[in-house]
Design a protein around this ligand. Sequence first.
Ligand SMILES: [Ca+2]
Length: 296
Amino acid sequence: MKKGLTLFLVLALAASMALPAAATNGSIGKYTPAFDGDKDEAYDQSIKVNVYTDQGIGVGEFFHSEGDTPTANSADATAWFLYDDDFVYIFVDVKDDTPYDIGKELFDSRDNNYQSDSVELWFVFGDEPFVKFSTVAFGHGTFGQEGTDIMAGGEAENRGYAAIVKMNSGGYTAEYKVPIARYGLKEGDSFYFNLQLNNLTSADNLVVSGRQLQAGETDTASALTLGAPIVIAEPETEAPTEAPTEAPAAPATEAPAPEPSAPAAPVTGDLGILLILAVFAGAAVVLAVFKKRSAR
Ligand SMILES: [Ca+2]
């Protein structure tokens, strides 16, 4: 029995290694993060996609290079997803030990700025042939395309797109807002996604990894579904601050409690007295009538 299970696992492992890995599919959690370029903790409760391992391609593989062709690409990137009724939010962490700044002037002088350290997000939303949105390291700007319609020079931002790039010691991060309501997407709908990573090692040495995506090529893309809401538990650090404020509050709210019950008892007492008085009054009336009758 145990041997059979071991054999099964070995065969399953061999089969998984022999077959080309498929792109990772999954569900995106519904949650609106603070859009500030930092990774909100809710991202960790949703799906993530690595440029290599989750897209069915080998680590370090690339599909395009310019300049001296490197044997492997050392850069790596992982994307996390959230969404709400208006946007898909994507946080991308790029490990790039050769950050190269092409400069704002060169960025602005180019139309389609793929020749830079940059992240390209590729989508197929419904009937759209494809949508591309990219941002460059050092935060010089964005570039986008809706099919053949170019979104450059701030046009992507005019249509609701946004990106915040932050450099760090091991590369850079970028947080994106993609306006899914613009494409009619809502909870329960799916779209296709691929991540592309452009890595410069010097001004004219570029390696491009990941995948691009266009309608009709979606079988190698990640199918991502707008899924259930994410519920973030109350931070534990708030508990001690709440306890001291609640402690004095408790006696304060309890103290008045006896007050309503205290008057409650006299109410029944008053009724008793009233009853007694009524009896006396009745007796007095009876006595008065009796006295009048006897006086006649
Ligand atoms: Ca680089």
